[in-house]
Write a protein that binds this ligand. Sequence first.
Ligand code: GLP
Length: 241
Amino acid sequence: MNITIVNSEAEFDHLAAQRILAGMQSSRPAVIGLSTGRTTANMHRLAVELYLRHPFDISGVSIVGLDEVTNVSRDYSGACYAMLKSQFVDALGLGDRFFMPPTMSDDFDIACMDYEAAIEALGGIDLQILGLGKNGHIGFNQPGTPFESRVWHSRMDDELEARIRLETGASADRPLGGLTLGIRNIMHSRKILLVAKGAEKAEAVRMMLHGPVTPSMPASVLQLHPFCEFLFDVEAAKFIL
Ligand code: GLP
C-alpha cells in the first residue's frame, strides 16, 4: 500500500496541495474530484496559493464534487458547493467547469443519474481526493453501503444533521440527506488520494488499512484500489506505526 505519513499539519496540507496540482497537470484534460470538510479546507486554499505563484495551463481542467448536502440552500456555507466554490473554484476561474450534485430536487433519483452521466461525459475522474469519516465513511457512504453502490441519495449522519439543522434552521419535516458518488464510482477513479489527520481518525485509519474489506467499514474497499495513496499526519497514523 502507498502510505505517506507526515509530521506536521503544514506538511500535510502542502503535500496534498501538490498532489492536487500534479493531478491538474496530467496530460489529458484532467478531471479532479474534490471532497469537503475540515481536513481538506486548508489544502484547497494552499493549492490555489501555489498555483497563483506558479501558474500553468488549466484551461482543460474540470472539478467535480464528491458529495453534497441535500435540502439546504446551495449558498449555505456548509453546502459542499459553497465550500468548494470559495476555497478553490472561484480563485482559479474554474466556475464554467465546476460540476456538483444539486442540493434541491423534486426527484433525487433522476438527479443522481444526471450527475453520474455528467461525470461519464467528462471521461471519468482522474484523481479523487477523499476525506475519512470517524466511522469509516467516504463521501456520504455510511457503514453498510454496498460496494456496488452508484451515485445515490444517502441518509445524513446524525452528528452532521444536528449541526446543519442548528446552523440553517432547516425545518425538521424536510429530511436532510447526502447525494454522493457511490463506492463503485469512487473505485472507478483512476487515482485516489485519501487524506486523514488528527487522533480522532486513528482508529478509522487502522480499520481501513488493517481490518477486513467489508461494507461495514466503507473505506476498507480502498485496500483493493491499485492506485490509491493514503496521506496521514502522525496522530491519525498512530495505530499503524
Ligand atoms: C463529510 C463529507 C465527507 C468528508 C467527511 C470528513 O462527512 N460528506 O465527504 O470526507 O465529512 O470531514 P472532516 O474532514 O471534517 O472530518
